[in-house]
Design a protein around this ligand. Structure first.
Ligand SMILES: O=c1[nH]c(=O)c2[nH]c(=O)[nH]c2[nH]1
Length: 320
């Protein structure tokens, strides 16, 4: 009987490794909290097809490696660098593992400011919002362990914004399915998911026996707008918020495009910018039954926030 199937792809690892790290500089502390996902590809087929675990780096070991690097890596505070360091270590250490995919979600811990003059407290922090910083790193040693490539994307998830004016939606297709009225003023609210990619970088292999070396440009000497530049995230976030706030929005689509254009303009190393923008509808409540106008845009003051359904507007803006 010929076999009817084969293993066409395989990737495995540990998800949701929760890591919190304190970096102490005297009595001033800096903290990060990450949710890390590490997945591996390589010569691992027989673990699926022949129940042979001799090729398996246990996912428990991947968790332990994540904690070990969180302790010893000098790059722990910059998630792009930490993701590369972690992936590089694994791909360099295990001959049969050719690719590592390291995704990091960073939760917000912002410093608390205290007193009349608002002094930054040395070791107290607050969770100011559900927004997450996102990094996806692919560490690719499939062309050889001396030709390792890194592909990085960064971004933001769950940045919730709303504007109560400066948004219209008119001139769309009207046919037998159309109920929506044209509006020259409406509420625009979205939860921004943003990701941007850089061109692949080549990563020097570690020279030490334990495969722990990872050489990266100093933070203050990184080429502006490059994958090594720690300010790209903040510029992309500012661009997103400023365009959202100031654009006289003709649609979510048109505003999204302007956001993407500005990030490409401001960051020389960014190749593509992708957004997923749900259009979180706020519906004016009809009060005509009680003699009140709450429907004409200028008179609309009471809205029903509607969780679902929402629009969902997505696009990628790419450098030419
Ligand atoms: O900005 C918008 N884009 C759409 O495509 C759309 N469709 C819709 O019903 N409302 C909106 N708003």
């Amino acid at each position: 009987m010929p076999e009817l199937s084969y293993l066409s792809s395989a990737r495995y690892g540990k998800d949701a490794v929760r890591v919190f790290r304190v970096v102490r500089d005297g009595s001033t502390h800096t903290v990060v909290e990450y949710n890390v996902k590490v997945l591996l590809e390589g010569d691992i087929e027989i673990s699926y097809t022949e129940a042979d675990n001799s090729v398996v780096v246990a996912t428990d070991s991947m968790k332990n490696i994540t904690y070990y690097l969180a302790k010893v890596s000098p790059h722990i505070l910059v998630p792009e660098r930490f993701a590369l360091h972690l992936g590089l270590h694994i791909v360099s250490k295990y001959a049969h593992i050719h690719k590592a995919f390291v995704d990091i979600e960073q939760l917000r811990w912002s410093r608390i400011f205290v007193g009349k003059d608002g002094k930054p407290h040395p070791y107290s922090f607050m969770r100011d919002g559900d927004e997450k910083r996102i990094v996806k790193a692919e560490i690719d040693g499939s062309a050889g362990k001396h030709k390792i490539l890194g592909r990085i994307s960064g971004g933001i998830n769950d940045l919730l914004v709303l504007k109560s004016s400066g948004s219209s939606f008119t001139s769309f297709i009207r046919d037998e399915y159309t109920l929506l009225k044209e509006v020259d003023d409406r509420i625009f609210s979205t939860s921004v998911d943003l990701s941007y990619t850089f061109a692949p970088i080549s990563i020097p292999p570690p020279k030490d026996e334990k495969k722990l070396d990872f050489v990266a440009p100093a933070l203050d000497q990184a080429e502006p707008g490059s994958v090594w530049d720690p300010s790209v995230l903040e510029r992309a976030r500012t661009a997103t918020l400023e365009i959202f706030a100031t654009d006289e929005s003709a649609s979510v689509q048109a505003t999204l495009y302007k956001m993407g254009q500005r990030i490409i303009e401001e960051n020389a190393g960014v190749q593509t910018v992708s957004y997923e923008l749900p259009n979180k509808h706020y519906i004016p409540v009809d009060m005509s039954y009680i003699g009140l106008d709450n429907l004409t845009p200028a008179k609309a003051e009471v809205f029903q926030p509607v969780a679902a359904p929402s629009g969902l507007i997505t696009a990628t803006v790419s450098r030419k």
